[in-house]
Write a protein that binds this ligand. Structure first.
Ligand code: N01
Length: 549
């Protein structure tokens, strides 16, 4: 019988899972309950939650609507759980994840406060040997990563950073105790998804807030509020299966109908009407509900971008501040699409100042604050909303080695190479939940996570039923997939901005578009077709690729 999860483990298991967020928890349940396997989860935090355990900054919430941001493996859970907000807020998502862990008795196979330090594929036994920072040494046939795509926070190397004498926080590693901004002078660096959520909330509490902005953003009002109970009870719950089916076949993992109209064919009045309606309704519908060519035709994109700039000018009272907030150097949607609550309105507050660090770069952090080329700003607190070493950072912090002792770091030296974002050639029986090369961060994450969990479960089940000991991405299939991922991204707006999708936020990181931009529906079909063809592109049972780099 599998022992209870405790430090110092030396067990031999069927599977080791890294991470106890949505990905690791759903995987554990499937392997344990559906395949009857022994599985152990290692989790660095002291509780479940993953992304939602670490990202506790003020204003944190998900911008997939709550009714579709959920795990669906239990029909009862789907029916029982009641979200309170239109968009799920971080504390409620964390309660939801805790509820899942308790309801399905998942904690007994999770060892908390434990980081995987290394994972090595032992060719003699075809097993993975995993060592943790708590002295565990565990082996398993399968290694499954549920480490999240945006989980290694990035604090830029700014001169003097260590000298600051006040409090400082990164949004992605927020303390569990409440951070009180009352009466404080706060500086915040970064205006991505995290920054634009945190800024209005901090501004409402702090004595003063100074925002250091490098790239102005397009953001659309979320129009967040309480959930529409009638919609939930009468339209969603009785029809959950059909709604989920639509989400799974869609482009972004949400059950929505994209507009069929082209902005380039519409009149100026028609465009204005559509954009005004999208702005008033709020959320990402502004993009998918207005015109279908915003993401593909720069001329169409320019019309939507100009509309947002007009809204910024209209909202922000001080023309100089408004001008600094106008995004002009990248198309709409080329960085992560943003939705907000009172973001631009916040710049009308007397206690908020915007510093454009493109024109007055940060020179250093001093014991008392931040010095830019033009000014010295004194703070009690600095908040880094400066993002993550996304998609690959967390993998590369661990020493993962496949055949011939090849490290993942060497294998990915020029950027991540995967087959379907699920496997890496030379790393047999290692499966990644939402790895680079899958739609992951370009989709509603729970839909993508569960697609991978189901796929990995079915793959392992197939292996067990067919006496397959190892499954490993074929190098040619992997190269073809990497080429395909690049080709699909090439004509999109994503290639026209310096974003974390391209690794552009981390100095020295290879500039490669990491997620798959073909859409979750297309991707799912491709994965299913591969499974139907006997897991085409995977080498099954012992046949070994000659070259793995
Ligand atoms: O990080 P980001 P994030 N000096 O990388 C700036 C998900 N998420 O934590 O744009 C000065 O987007 C950087 O400037 P620039 C979501 O997928 C989802 O906000 O690179 N500034 C940018 O303004 C999201 O995309 C949700 O020029 C520096 C900011 O810091 C992802 O997480 C909520 C700098 C970083 O923005 C990451 O979002 C939150 C430097 N050296 C997060 N380095 C929801 O679902 C970076 N910046 C709602």
């Amino acid at each position: 019988m599998q022992k209870k999860a405790e430090p110092g483990n030396t067990q031999d298991l069927d599977a080791i899972i890294i991470g106890a967020g949505f990905a690791g928890l759903g995987m554990l349940w499937r392997l344990r309950e559906e395949l009857g396997m022994s599985a152990q989860v290692f989790e660095a935090g002291d509780d479940v939650g993953g992304t939602w355990y670490w990202n506790r900054y003020p204003g944190a919430r998900c911008d997939s609507e709550s009714y579709i941001y959920c795990l669906t493996f239990s029909k009862e859970l789907l029916q029982d759980w009641n979200w309170s907000g239109k968009y799920p807020e971080q504390p409620e998502i964390l309660s939801y994840i805790n509820h899942i862990a308790d309801r399905f008795d998942l904690r007994r196979n999770i060892q908390f406060n434990t980081r995987v330090a290394s994972a090595r594929f032992i060719e003699e036994t075809n097993r993975w040997e995993v060592e943790t920072d708590q002295g565990d040494r565990v082996t398993a046939q399968y290694l499954i990563t549920g480490v999240g795509c945006i989980s290694t926070s990035n604090i830029p190397e700014i001169k003097g950073r260590e000298t600051f004498e006040g409090e400082s926080y990164h949004t992605g590693a927020w303390p569990h105790e409440e951070v009180d901004f009352t009466g404080k002078r706060v500086g915040i660096i970064g205006t991505g998804s995290s920054g634009i959520q945190a800024i209005p909330v901090i501004a409402a509490q702090a004595d003063s807030l100074t925002v250091f902005q490098r790239t102005p953003q397009y953001t659309i009002p979320a129009r967040h509020g309480t959930v529409n109970r009638k919609f939930l009870e009468e339209e969603v719950k009785p029809n959950y299966e059909a709604i989920l089916d639509k989400a799974r076949r869609s482009k972004g993992g949400a059950p929505v109908e994209f507009s069929e109209r082209l902005a380039v064919e519409a009149t100026a009045e028609e465009r204005k009407e559509a954009y005004e309606a999208g702005w008033a309704e709020g959320g990402h519908k502004f993009l998918w509900g207005s015109f279908k060519d915003i993401g593909t035709d720069r001329r169409a994109n320019d019309t939507a971008a100009e509309f947002i700039r007009s809204k910024i000018r209209e909202t922000v009272k001080d023309p100089e501040t408004a001008e600094k907030l106008l995004p002009t150097d990248h198309p709409l949607g080329s960085k992560r699409a943003l939705i907000d609550t009172d973001y631009f309105e916040t710049y009308n507050r007397d206690n908020v100042e915007l510093v454009d660090i493109r024109h007055s770069p940060i020179q250093e952090i001093t014991p008392e604050g931040i010095r830019t080329e033009d000014d010295e700003h004194k703070f009690d607190m600095i908040v880094f909303a400066t993002g993550f070493d996304a998609m690959t950072g967390t993998f590369l912090k661990m020493d993962i080695r496949g055949r011939d002792n090849l490290s993942l770091k060497e294998k990915w030296a020029e950027g991540p190479k995967t087959y379907l974002g699920l496997q890496v050639s030379g790393f047999p029986n290692m499966f990644m939940i939402t790895g680079p090369g899958s739609p992951s961060v370009l989709s509603n994450m729970t839909i993508s996570i569960e697609q991978h969990q189901d796929y990995i479960r079915d793959f392992i089940d197939y292996m067990r039923n067919n006496d397959v000991e190892t499954a490993e991405a074929d190098l040619d299939a992997e190269s073809a997939w990497v080429d395909h991922v690049n080709k699909v991204a090439e004509p999109t707006m994503y290639m026209l901005a310096d974003s974390w999708y391209l690794g552009a936020n981390i100095p020295g990181k290879p500039r490669i578009f990491m997620p798959y931009a073909g859409g979750v529906g297309t991707y799912r079909e491709k994965c299913n077709e591969i499974a139907d063809n006997g897991y085409e592109g995977f080498i099954l049972s012992g046949e070994v690729a000659e070259k793995v780099t």
